[in-house]
Design a protein around this ligand. Sequence first.
Ligand code: ADP
Ligand code: MG
Length: 282
Amino acid sequence: QALLRAVPSLTPRAPRPGTEGPAVIEVRSLEKVFEIGSLPARLLGRVPHRVQAVDTVNFTLSRGRTLGIVGESGSGKSTVARCVLRLEDPTAGEILIDGQDIARLHGPRALAPARRRVQMVFQDPNRSLNPRLRIADSMIEGPLNLGESRASALERAGELIEVVGLPRASLRRFPHQFSGGQRQRIAIARALMMDPEVIVADEAVSALDVSVQAQVLELLAELQAKRDLAILFITHDLRVAAQICDDVMVMRRGSVVEYGPAAEVLAHPGDDYTRALLAAAP
Ligand code: ADP
Ligand code: MG
């Protein structure tokens, strides 16, 4: 029955009043401009090509909540995520994680605490799991770097692999021995090893079949409730977002065109673009 609830349909996630904890991430006036153009071209005085990938984006993500970022390909969703993880330098704006502005921090050492708190699950499992490593070694990599003992990390890996619904024996295997859905479960378990406050899922279910998608969404929703996680859920599919997200932010060409409770955005899209996204969804 749990599965059925998550099967894609027109029904958005029911509003969950009172689930909102303290803000974990606050993004204020975030901007990212990519300057494309070779150095010689610039020296010759040619104006480099500018792409405003993200323009004045504001949002708040709280514990126990899921915020969806939705928009068609190229709308700036991944760039927002990469800025939040500080895989990109924001051009302007603030990224407050537990109140500290990480937009102005530079270098792995300064960013390490924020990077532990915010863990990413990618669309491509090969970006979350090294295909050449056994699952155990992928999962304990981060904790060992933080100084945890091998024995303790392995023990937790065994517990977490079961939490995501796979047997402990999976730890001895390699990524290619699992299906796409199982690999995403393992990627989620790997993220949980770092005991994060936030999980950023960038198109994490987009490559999966609809029924497998539903199972992974169900797992995320369950983990979120049990662990009081905040989830930033990125997808091009407004309907997938509606199933799991409490709030939805719709992006178009780098700007936010709509932001509100998922049920409201779906029932009364205030923007033509959002209506078009809804109409385009299968
Ligand atoms: P989405 O995730 O919504 O598909 P992206 O954030 O990946 O969108 O991209 C937003 C825009 O920024 C696109 O126009 C894309 O081409 C551009 N862009 C993204 N990354 C880079 C980069 N590293 N260099 C130049 N342009 C980029
Ligand atoms: Mg993207």
